[in-house]
Write a protein that binds this ligand. Structure first.
Ligand SMILES: Cc1ncc(C[n+]2csc(CCOP(=O)(O)OP(=O)(O)O)c2C)c(N)n1
Ligand SMILES: [Mg+2]
Length: 342
């Protein structure tokens, strides 16, 4: 069985979400120059991953859950969380989606099924698996989408979670976003003891669940594959592992730089750090946002004028988000311990 077909409105909706995510991430990046000091700590951007995010969450039904890594801004954007509240959160402001106490790596919006993220590699996988167990007990047909990187698939938590999910036929879809890197180590770099093997989806075989590798730059392919896996999970047939191959268009993360070091790695420095210009150029060619735009225009789904309007609206929206974030107050000092339960 395949998910419901995408009509033109839905395809344009998907493109719009991809553009909104891209423009949001661009403004996060630019904040380091436009408003130095406003972002305190790391941000990890998902430019290049938009198709994988949007194609996946487009399948969600009310009651479904998402858990992700620290590369997390795109999911709540696609799910409809106010971008002003997400930007304010990244700026540590009281108006943020987590009252400014979470920051870039710890977003959540339970009202939209976005249960949370983690800065610890692989940690979200057992959390998501637990949420799937809860969903199974509740018996209301909820499905969990669990996103993580290729590096996380080397963690014990990944293997333990997939094992129990397969044994108990939990309603969960594991989406591994393989961007070819773990910080600066290339995924298959032999001299760095990185990942053995070719397609990492073969790891599914060890737990007797379906495993498939797809082009994460194609939102329609992602939609169909993730959708079929979610339907399978909803029918009670258990988990699936999907390896979604994506490109990371920015460096691993942006952070406060020590004196004399640029505030973040612009792309050319990322190449210098990684030493792989060829892969970077391939990434630019495979950029999912212009690719999907070209495809929708070619197929007569939208016009170039419509595409420009979508871009302008996204830019205006993100300008508002930046202004709102910068002008928002910080949380009060006594709030710092207000949500500490242990
Ligand atoms: C348990 C743990 N070990 C190491 C780190 C440091 N670290 C942060 S991101 C990262 C690489 C993760 O790579 P991957 O899972 O492929 O995700 P990506 O950043 O490429 O999306 C590492 C090693 C960490 N945060 N947590
Ligand atoms: Mg990676």
């Amino acid at each position: 069985m395949t998910p419901s077909p995408l009509d033109n409105d839905r395809l344009v909706w998907m493109y719009t979400q991809m553009v909104r995510i891209r423009e949001f991430e661009e403004r996060v990046k630019r904040t380091f120059e436009e408003h130095p000091g406003v972002i305190r700590g790391h941000t990890h951007l998902a430019d290049g991953v938009e198709a994988s995010i949007v194609g996946s969450v487009a399948n969600m039904q009310p009651g479904d859950y998402v858990l992700t890594t620290y590369r997390c801004h795109g999911y709540p954007i696609a799910l409809g969380t106010d971008t002003k509240a997400i930007m304010a959160e990244i700026y540590g402001r009281a108006t943020g989606i987590c009252k400014g106490l979470g920051g870039s790596m710890h977003l959540c919006d339970p009202s939209r099924g976005f249960l949370g993220t983690s800065g610890i590699v692989g940690q979200g996988i057992p959390h998501a698996t637990g949420a799937a167990y809860a969903a199974q007990i509740r018996g209301e047909g909820q499905v969990v989408l669990c996103f993580f990187g290729d590096g996380a698939s080397k963690q014990g938590a990944f293997h333990e979670s997939l094992n129990i999910a397969a044994l108990w036929k939990l309603p969960i879809v594991y989406v591994m976003e393989n961007n070819g890197y773990n910080v600066e180590t290339q995924t298959h770099q032999e001299d760095a003891n990185a990942a053995a093997g070719e397609d990492l989806s073969v790891k599914a075989k060890a737990y007797s669940m379906p495993g498939v590798t797809i082009d994460g730059g194609d939102p329609v392919a992602v939609y169909e594959t993730v959708g079929a896996a979610m339907e399978r999970a909803r029918r009670g047939e258990g988990p699936t592992l999907i390896e979604s191959k994506v490109y990371r268009l920015s460096a691993h993360g942006n952070l406060i730089a020590p004196p004399g070091v640029p505030l973040h790695y612009p792309e050319h420095e990322a190449i210098a750090v990684f030493g792989d210009r060829e892969q970077y150029e391939a990434a630019l060619k495979g950029d999912p946002v212009p690719q999907f735009r070209g495809r929708l225009v070619n197929d007569g789904v939208m016009t170039n004028e419509q595409a420009e309007e979508i871009l302008k609206a996204a830019r205006d929206e993100m300008q508002e988000a930046v202004t709102f974030g910068v002008e928002s107050p910080f949380p009060e000092n006594d709030e710092a311990l207000a949500y500490v339960y242990a």
